[in-house]
Ligand binder design. Structure first.
Ligand SMILES: [Zn+2]
Length: 291
């Protein structure tokens, strides 16, 4: 039937008009696809679009519920229907926009495993010297193994690296490499999925098959579940950490409108500038002398 309609169209519509008809068809398809989402209840700050709802996302696995992992498990109203931004992308963008100098000063930014929508926005700012990197993703500008970064020390003002460390067996090496290439006085956002019910990070190098990893860690390519001690691991790499409940600064209706997760804290990791380091040393020495 479809073939007959196509052949009829070919016979009765001249070739020069067929392209225009196909474009109308595409627009109709786009319209009907988006029809259920037309509304203003939700708003994506990254693409500026409003919707009646966001798309659902996430895996429905028992371990994700048991361990109460923030930003994991099946969730309604998660992805923007237009740009596919996730809750954490929108949260980070709002934080960068409202709380940092990233969009105003000339800064060198390293974006690891670049999220599509966030990356698109960041590259539109001419003041940002932007470099994206990934081990495999074709979306990234360069290939990079973050346990062995081929860049000089103290190079980047800002690093964004979200939901990457839980994939890396030697995450301590990755943390120390990120610290090494960050400029003194620079800062990084290093988000990972965090269990709210565990005090200690759960990992077991003996668990290697995708099936077992999915069962135990909640995703077939994850090698651990981070817990409240994630901060300690970052501090051991040298970072100064500020955990920031940025979402809690919004009222409930704004949190819902942007599709954010109330429990998601930001891990703002900074590399102390030399003078801050000296001050710390002086305080430590003074305390030692008093003792
Ligand atoms: Zn969007």
């Amino acid at each position: 039937m479809k073939r007959k309609v196509k052949s009829l169209i070919k016979r009765i519509i001249p070739e020069k008009y067929r392209f225009q008809l196909a474009s109308i068809n595409d627009n109709c398809r786009f319209f009907f696809l988006f029809l259920p989402y037309i509304g203003t209840e939700f708003e994506c700050p990254l693409c500026g679009s409003s919707f009646r709802k966001f798309l659902p996302n996430g895996l429905d696995l028992p371990v994700l519920k048991e361990k109460d992992i923030v930003g994991a498990g099946y969730r309604l109203n998660t992805l923007c229907p237009r740009c596919h931004s996730s809750e954490r992308e929108r949260l980070i963008y709002l934080y960068l926009r409202d709380n940092t100098n990233l969009f105003h000063e000339n800064l060198k930014l390293l974006h690891i495993a670049p999220e599509k929508s966030l990356s698109r926005v960041l590259t539109t700012y001419r003041n940002i010297d932007y470099l994206s990197a990934d081990l495999n993703s074709p979306r990234a500008m360069i290939k990079m193994d973050i346990t062995d970064i081929k860049h000089a020390d103290n190079l980047f003002d800002v690093i964004i690296c979200n939901h990457v460390l839980e994939h890396i067996p030697n995450d301590r090496k990755a943390m120390s490499e990120l610290y090494r290439v960050l400029k003194p006085g620079g800062w990084a956002i290093l988000q990972v999925p965090i269990s709210l019910s565990l005090n200690k990070t759960y990992e077991d190098p003996a668990i290697t098959s995708p099936e077992e990893r999915e069962k135990m860690f909640g995703q077939s390519d994850h090698v651990r579940i981070y817990a409240k001690d994630y901060k300690d691991r970052l501090e051991k790499a040298g970072f100064s950490i500020k955990t920031y409940s940025f979402t809690k600064e919004f009222d409930d209706s704004t949190t819902q409108k942007y599709g954010l997760l109330k429990e998601e804290d930001l891990y703002i990791c900074s590399k102390p500038a030399p003078e801050q380091k000296i001050k710390k040393e002086v305080v430590r020495e003074a305390l030692y002398n008093v003792a």
